[in-house]
Write a protein that binds this ligand. Structure first.
Ligand code: NAP
Ligand code: G4F
Length: 338
């Protein structure tokens, strides 16, 4: 039985990757940091089903705390380490840049250096990001220059190069997945897609009137997180370490996302959205991301299974359910809102 450690197990991707690896027969060890409230909602179903068989195990560790990482790596002796832990919110990174660099960049360095010393045959996956491309115009692929536009982007560029450095200097199996935006019903509520679907559901439930957003003109390549965690695993199963762009090739604006979600309810989004809200505007923006993942398709055989339209519907339906409203009921309620 292969053993995998996942940092960031409480996050969106950590939860999908845990499910995926358990289904593949792995023993999964998730790293979580202490929180003042329970934050294991995305993985509680796994703890309930698999903890007693030691198939799914949780450990306290922090990417800023070398000894906690060392202790767990020593104890588990993993075959694969997926470094998904990060302060992942670009907007917040402008306000907490120093800790972002500590968690996202030094965190990757700490893990790799411990693996080099005590578990050098462990394969390492680094959660790199399309945010690294920043101001480089689309389409972006593995040869596109990094021009990060945020402390988050800078931190991920440093972790990307750290990963390559350990691969080249220490002959470790260390790979980067350069993932474009991926979303799901488990996406954090402060990312724009989930903020839109959750608040649209609240509007239908009669609990909200307006959604306050920032810049609606930026464009993203949005995929489904469930498809993307499969790519992470495929990257580590390849016969040699390498770096891969993972994306759908789509390019939609925030306005397009609003249009799609509200049109599912036959509503005009413009009546429910306030744009350019100062607190959600960023000092510098990444205007347009559109990935070219032909390398991953050719070498790994990876392709996404879900479209932009599938994603919008899946997220809206799931958020409506949170208010005990079915999709058909939502359409009936929406008629009365017109
Ligand atoms: P997420 O939902 O925000 O999850 C981030 C995880 O990192 C959470 O479990 C969080 O724990 C953990 N974490 C934060 N600080 C930590 C620390 N100091 N020590 C240990 N763990 C820490 O992010 P995601 O969407 O799943 O993304 C997973 C990874 O992929 C991240 O590295 C992100 O930067 C990267 N990425 C994401 C996307 C995307 O579109 N989703 C695209 C490209 C790259 P708490 O629950 O305690 O906060
Ligand atoms: O949903 P977002 O916060 O995602 P962003 O900044 O693209 O970052 C996500 O994708 C990256 C991959 O490229 C990941 F590495 C990163 O960890 C994260 O998962 O914002 C998307 C766009 C931005 O242009 C933002 O300015 O939406 C715009 N936006 C407009 N109003 C908003 C809002 N973003 C947020 N979060 N909240 C708003 O109210």
């Amino acid at each position: 039985m292969k053993k995998a450690i996942i940092s960031g197990v409480t996050g969106q991707d950590g939860s999908y990757l845990s499910e995926f690896l358990i289904a593949k027969g792995y023993e999964v060890h998730g790293l979580m940091r202490r929180s003042s409230v329970f934050n294991t909602e995305r993985i509680d179903h796994l703890t309930n089903s698999y903890e007693k068989n030691e198939i799914f195990n949780l450990h306290y560790a922090d990417l800023t705390d070398t000894s906690s990482l060392r202790n767990i790596i020593q104890k588990v002796e993993p075959d694969e380490f997926y470094n998904l832990g990060a302060m992942s919110h670009v907007g917040v990174s402008f306000l907490t840049a120093e800790s972002v660099l500590n968690i996202n960049s030094l965190g990757a360095y700490r893990v790799l250096d411990i693996l080099r010393e005590i578990s050098p045959r462990c394969k390492y996956y680094q959660a790199s990001s399309s945010e690294m491309f920043g101001a480089s115009p689309p389409p972006q692929n593995e040869n596109t220059a990094f021009m990060p536009q945020s402390p988050y982007g800078i931190s991920k560029v440093a972790a990307f190069h750290t990963t390559k450095y350990f691969r080249n200097a220490n002959k470790m199996f260390a790979s980067n997945g350069i993932l474009f935006n991926h979303e799901s019903p488990r996406r954090g509520l402060n990312f724009v897609t989930r903020k839109i679907t959750y608040n649209a559901a609240k509007i239908i439930a009669g609990l909200e009137k307006k959604i306050y957003l920032g810049n609606l003109d930026t464009r993203r390549d949005w995929g489904f997180a469930g498809d993307y965690v499969k790519a992470m695993w495929m990257i580590l199963q390849h016969n040699s370490p390498d770096d891969f762009v993972i994306s759908t090739g789509g390019n939609n604006s925030i306005k397009d996302f609003l249009e799609k979600v509200f049109s599912l309810l036959n509503l005009d989004w413009q009546k429910y959205v306030e744009a350019n809200t100062p607190r959600y505007m960023r000092k510098t923006e990444v205007e347009s991301l559109q990935g070219d993942s032909s390398k991953a398709k050719k070498i790994l055989g990876w392709e996404p299974d879900h479209s932009f339209d599938d994603l919008c519907k899946m997220m809206l339906e799931s958020d409506l359910k949170k208010f005990n409203i079915s999709f058909d009921q939502a359409q009936e309620i929406a008629k009365k809102l017109k």
